[in-house]
Ligand binder design. Structure first.
Ligand SMILES: [Zn+2]
Length: 315
């Protein structure tokens, strides 16, 4: 599959007043990831690592604030009981959730306009509870999810006691998004650099959603433009360790990816985008970023991205 990847260049800044977004990383809890779920060459072996679950606050100068993921739930509590075994197995640890962290940093959860979930479908346990957090502190936020989620929400907990998905809070506004959607303000772009499909969320080149399936169908990544011709690539769960994308010698494990061929194809696309000198990649569980002194909210990532780009050029 990988031999079919074509590549275009990343869109340049618009000379007619380019818009940028501010990006902030929130460390919204940790989980234990067994190596056998991360690396193909670790299948059948013991061992693993405690990794962060990052969520991201994005601030757009016109459209305001939105969240890209919501991390874990506080104390690992409030999930449908179908998650119970997984929560113990993955040693969920979350003393402060996204709403707590935002408040500590001076941002009121009520000021968040929208929340993007990177997943559009559920397929099996222990895959995605670590990013959906708690919607209740965000009463004004519109939830943006893949169009496939509509079917999923037909069977929710507690109506269906075995469901992995809680029903959404009463009155939750939901926007279903799909690639190929001609509705403004989401503009489809295909192809986009090494990826087959992307959406220019605000139509101004500041934030692109990338179709990045494999870990789950409908899994999304995002590319944010943070300063003149500088990007941060929020790669989510495309892979679960840096060694899978740089130097990229370790393959992702078939034990943790819904469609292993597609997942590896997506990692290949990721590696190519990361090959651009003006792109800095961060995975949702990239523990090395904590050691790299990546600044956490309330400090923003934009200036750090610029420094990382300079460092990358000198490598
Ligand atoms: Zn995850």
């Amino acid at each position: 599959m990988t031999s079919m990847i074509s590549q275009t260049s990343l869109p340049q800044d618009s000379p007619a007043g380019q818009r940028y977004v501010s990006v902030y990383a929130l460390h919204a809890g940790s989980i234990f990831l067994p190596d056998s779920d991360v690396f193909e060459d670790s299948i059948g072996k013991d061992g693993g690592l405690t990794v962060p679950s990052f969520a991201f606050l994005i601030d757009h100068e016109v459209h305001g604030k939105f969240m890209f993921d919501l991390g874990l739930r506080k104390g690992g509590k409030g999930y449908p009981p179908a998650w119970d075994e997984t929560l113990i197995e993955l040693k969920v640890d979350c003393s402060k959730n996204v709403a707590d962290l935002l408040q500590e940093g001076g941002v009121q959860p009520s000021s968040i306009n929208s929340i993007i979930y990177r997943y559009s479908k559920a397929c099996g346990p222990h895959l995605h509870f670590d990013h959906v957090g708690d919607l209740t502190p965000f009463p004004h936020a519109e939830l943006i999810v893949g169009a496939d989620t509509a079917a999923l929400m037909q069977q929710t907990y507690p109506g269906d006691p075995t469901s992995l998905w809680p029903e959404w809070p009463a009155g939750q506004k939901v926007r279903y998004l799909h690639f190929g959607d001609a509705d403004a303000p989401a503009r489809p772009i295909a192809p986009f650099h090494s990826f087959a499909r992307a959406l220019d969320l605000y139509g101004d080149g500041s934030f692109y959603l990338l179709d990045a399936p494999g870990h789950l169908p409908g899994h999304l990544a995002a590319l944010a433009r943070v300063s003149p011709n500088a990007f941060i690539l929020l790669a989510g769960d495309c892979c679960h360790n840096r060694q899978c994308y740089t130097p990229g010698v370790r393959l992702v494990s078939r034990e943790n990816y819904h469609d292993i061929e597609t997942a590896r194809d997506t990692v290949e696309r990721l590696k190519r985008m990361n090959g651009e000198p003006n792109v800095v990649l961060v995975l949702a569980h990239e523990r090395e970023r904590l050691e790299d002194s990546m600044p956490l909210f309330p400090q923003r990532l934009n200036e750090w991205v610029t420094t990382e780009i300079v460092r990358k050029r000198h490598e």
